[in-house]
Design a protein around this ligand. Structure first.
Ligand SMILES: Cc1ncc(COP(=O)(O)O)c(C=O)c1O
Length: 485
């Protein structure tokens, strides 16, 4: 790092502003905390609300930064090793949409993993791009989406040499890493741009025990939810660019388009402070997190019926590595799904985990995790194990995903086309206006613009009868579906 990372220019400027003798005659209307409901200030104090300011004298403008925000972004670029970094106040969702719209236009092709986040689909809708889906490896044995085989990207690229970009999602919710360096090499060999959705991975740059992040593996654009893993406030993210293949004018325009014009000052300064925190303390904090997770894993693995997945599964299904800072736990040998486990942990033990699916729960041991948190989790798991002795293990997961349905139109064409709601029974052969994602594994069975083939219909019907979670279905059940008229 070349810059003085001890500085927190944006935070300092906000603090200095709050100390000035200012008569506030600007928005937001609470006027630096004066008119916040006392219910809230009684609990939270007033200082934080005094800091809820943006675009006032000396505090720069996120949409056209040339002062302290620009300086804070430069420090972030220096910290993460990017050529240019942007603060984002509408989450990585808006960063993904902006990134996609910056590299592909109407009718142009982008290769995306079928297990992408829904913001990627929104980016496809807004850009009008033609998606070509690459499929990650799925392990039936583990009941888990594995990594993206670089050879799959090569195959898809050969079949679609017109593709202008590839998007990777690394790490996944479960912490799965793919071989990003090989994927970047393939993308660049074909003259494309590599976007990495690193929503779950912007902390990994600060401790060598963690896998290498996208910016170190040749990615051109990296989007990151700083709020998820590096201690900034919810909704605050970053987008980094590390290549001259990206049209920065277009990207800046898209960031303006997808973000609000009165960004929260609190979100902005939280990014400045998260960068400072990660640079100055990330190494030791992540080291502590690493050892906490190691401790948690060792104890939970001793509990009958409980198991863990971690980087020992590297090599299976093109998993290059696993994020070592989260606990991915299964009690399938006790006949318990991840959903069951989540419900018990919150209902009976007051432990709120991050995510569950059929086999697993994902517990974040974030920067603020403590040994006491883990001890409470371990004790709960012991009790759950004792209460479920002798139960039949969950059946192995034997989902065979249906063949990729025919793409009749792009997601955007399906979005702008007149649509109607039909009964699920009448949906065979129709072009879906919705995305339906069965969990597990979390790979869409159908995306907007795709024809609901007999095979897809029967698969989803079966999933629904089995009580599988189907994300994305409007109204929450398969009774009806929105299709193109
Ligand atoms: C892989 C992935 N990408 C993007 C996002 C969107 O991130 P944000 O909540 O910051 O908008 C998420 C959110 O869960 C995600 O899991």
């Amino acid at each position: 790092m070349k810059l003085n990372q001890n500085k927190t220019p944006l935070y300092d400027a906000v603090v200095a502003y709050t100390k000035r003798d200012i008569t506030p005659m600007f928005m937001p209307a609470h006027m630096m905390g004066r008119a916040i409901n006392p219910k809230w200030t009684d609990l939270a104090g007033e200082t934080i609300f005094r800091m809820d300011i943006c675009e006032v004298d000396g505090l720069d403008d996120l949409n056209e930064p040339d002062g302290v925000i620009l300086e804070a972004q430069k420090l972030a670029a220096d910290a993460w090793g990017a050529a240019e970094s942007f603060f984002i106040v509408n989450g990585t969702s808006s960063a993904n949409i902006s990134a996609i719209c910056s590299v592909v236009s109407e009718g142009e092709t982008i290769i995306v993993p079928r297990n992408c986040h829904k913001s990627v689909i929104y980016g496809l809708i807004l850009s009008g791009a033609v998606p070509v889906f690459a499929f990650p490896q799925v392990s039936d044995e583990l009941g888990l989406i594995g990594g993206m085989n670089p050879a799959e990207i090569e195959r898809v690229y050969r079949e679609n040499p017109q593709a202008k970009a590839v998007l990777s999602v690394v790490p996944t919710y479960h912490g799965v890493y793919s071989d990003l360096t090989s994927i970047s090499d393939i993308v660049h060999k074909h003259g494309g741009i590599h976007i990495v959705d690193e929503a779950h991975g912007n902390h990994v740059y600060f401790n060598d025990r963690y896998p290498a992040g996208g910016l170190r593996c040749g990615a051109d654009i990296v989007t990151q939810s700083t709020h998820k893993v590096s201690g900034s406030l919810s909704q605050s993210s970053m987008l980094h660019v590390n290549s001259d293949l990206v049209d920065l004018h277009r990207l800046r325009f898209n960031l303006k388009m997808t973000q609000n014009t009165s960004p929260s000052g609190l979100l902005e300064i939280s990014l400045d402070l998260a960068r400072h925190y990660m640079v100055t303390q990330g190494q030791s904090v992540l080291e502590r997190v690493y050892h906490l997770v190691e401790y948690g894993k060792a104890e939970i693995e001793k509990i009958e019926g409980f198991s863990i997945i971690d980087r020992r599964i590297a090599g299976i299904c093109h998993i290059a590595d696993m994020e070592p800072g989260r606990l991915v736990i299964s009690a399938r040998d006790l006949g318990l799904t991840g959903y069951d486990l989540e419900a018990m942990l919150i209902g009976n033990y007051g432990i709120q985990i991050e995510f569950s699916d059929n086999f697993y729960i994902v517990c974040m041991v974030g920067l603020g995790g403590t040994r006491a948190d883990l001890d409470r989790l371990i004790a709960a798991c012991r009790e759950i194990s004792a209460g479920h002795k002798g139960r039949r293990p969950l059946a192995k997961w034997r989902n065979k995903l249906p063949a990729m349905p025919e793409a009749v139109m792009t997601p955007r064409q399906a979005y702008v086309a007149p649509v109607e709601t039909v009964s699920w029974a009448a949906a065979r052969g129709r072009v879906s206006a919705e995305m339906i994602v069965p969990y597990p594994p979390g790979i869409p069975a159908i995306c907007p613009g795709e024809r609901i083939s007999d095979e897809v219909w029967e698969f989803l019907e079966d999933q629904s009868k089995q009580g599988r979670h189907l994300h994305g279905v409007s109204g929450g059940s398969l009774d009806t579906i929105r299709v193109v008229k």
